[in-house]
Design a protein. Structure first.
Length: 153
């Protein structure tokens, strides 16, 4: 019995042709506000330490990434551009206001996501408000639907 030694084949790489794409073109068919919101969230990375004058740290890259993933995943046509803001502790805030309805999310560097939903003009009545904290991105599916429902009525 004889054994043959096989050497792994080495792929031959070719030079790219001149007509290949020179830039990436997004295939994201999203609501018009989505790209603006993604840019605003990414822009928070440019804020320096002490951006608020009270010693707040720079906005954490993990919070920025989480907020960008969320914005990209809730690209519903009926929603307005959210208010994007830095939040104390290196977090990112997103706030949608639609008539008398409001939905706010705060993305923390720890992965925690806090939300506040207000339905109705009277912000002092507890029955008009719902708050909560999420620890896993998988839990976001329900909030995405909530966001869509809040925006579509």
């Amino acid at each position: 019995m004889s054994y043959a030694v096989l050497e792994p084949a080495r792929p031959q790489l070719e030079r790219p042709s001149q007509n290949q794409w020179s830039k990436v073109i997004t295939s994201l068919f999203a609501a018009p506000w989505v790209l603006d919101a993604l840019d605003k969230v990414a822009g928070l990375a440019q804020l320096p330490h002490n951006w608020d004058g009270y010693g707040s740290p720079r906005i954490d890259p993990a919070a920025i990434a989480a907020a960008r993933r969320f914005v990209a995943s809730v690209a519903f046509e009926g929603l307005p551009l959210p208010n994007v803001s830095p939040v104390l502790g290196g977090s990112v805030g997103l706030q949608w206001r639609y008539g008398e309805k409001e939905l706010e999310f705060t993305f923390h560097p720890s992965g925690e996501v806090e939300f506040l939903r207000v339905l109705g003009a009277d912000l002092t009545r507890d029955e008009n408000m719902e708050t909560g904290t999420l620890w896993h991105e998988a839990e976001m599916a329900g909030l995405k639907f909530l966001l869509w429902m809040t925006g579509s009525r």
